[in-house]
Unconditional design. Sequence first.
Length: 322
Amino acid sequence: MAKSNARRLIRESRIALRELMMVSLSKIASNVIEDVMKNYRNSIPSQQINATKGVATRGMNEYKAELKEALAVIAREAIEDAKKEIPNGKKIKFSELDRLAPEVAKRVLNQSELLVGKQLADLKSKIFFQFSSSQASTDSESTIEKDLQDAGDDFIEGVSVTAGASASASTIVNESRSAFFYQDDTLEEIEAFQFVNDSPVTDICEDLNGSIFAKDDPDADRYRPPLHWNAVLENSFIKTYKCQVKIQDIKIGDMVFTHNGNYKKVLKTMSKFEDKEYFILELENGKNLSLTGEHPVLTKNRGWIRCDELNLTDDIVCVEDV
């Protein structure tokens, strides 16, 4: 049985997806700006403010197709890698080279549709907002167009696209592997699962590292990194779909805001009460964060960094950036 290459695949897929997203979104942004400026030039002065109305998203279908194919390739690679991790895995018929198993194909389609929809809505919103600001402050077409281009570039090169690529890569790899492992033919070849993390960062990952779960144990698929025990201090506020809620009051089923700019349902809550060193981060926006040292923090310049490894040059991603 071979060692899993899932982490390598996620890392390489994240880079490839980000490049694909940036190229496709740049083309779409250019189309949107071209249409806005065309409407602006063809309107009488009193109607120029409405230049963004009716602007379509040319290139959207091509982007969806390209992203769907890229995710399908990643899914196939994840499944082929997973086959090497179990006895007789190569003999199990789960995916063919020209198609994906229905369960994985559905995941690929859903993820590509949701991601493209959100990215394009955010991109157009960024460009349209900039147009309203620039149009109100100057009559120069070249200045307005340059402002729109800068706004589009800021979004495309920003943390939202990077985070989307990262989340897409990890989700499609993990879900493809799970779909393969938990089908009946595969489970017949499996006796147990082992939790393996070569470089555990958090307490729970260290505790779980090497743990063996029976194949019918619900925790076998529940515990996936990152799992952060005692990471955010009591009375810290978490943004939910309805309002800000103290972390100790978060319940299973609550919809909480994520770094990807969407809301996810809480599936499990954990707490571990002990005396432990913690850090208070003072941010430029006047807010403070109280975290234990092992808590990962998303930065614009270095990605995910442990709280105790942050320095004054790091630019932390805040809710308004997502």
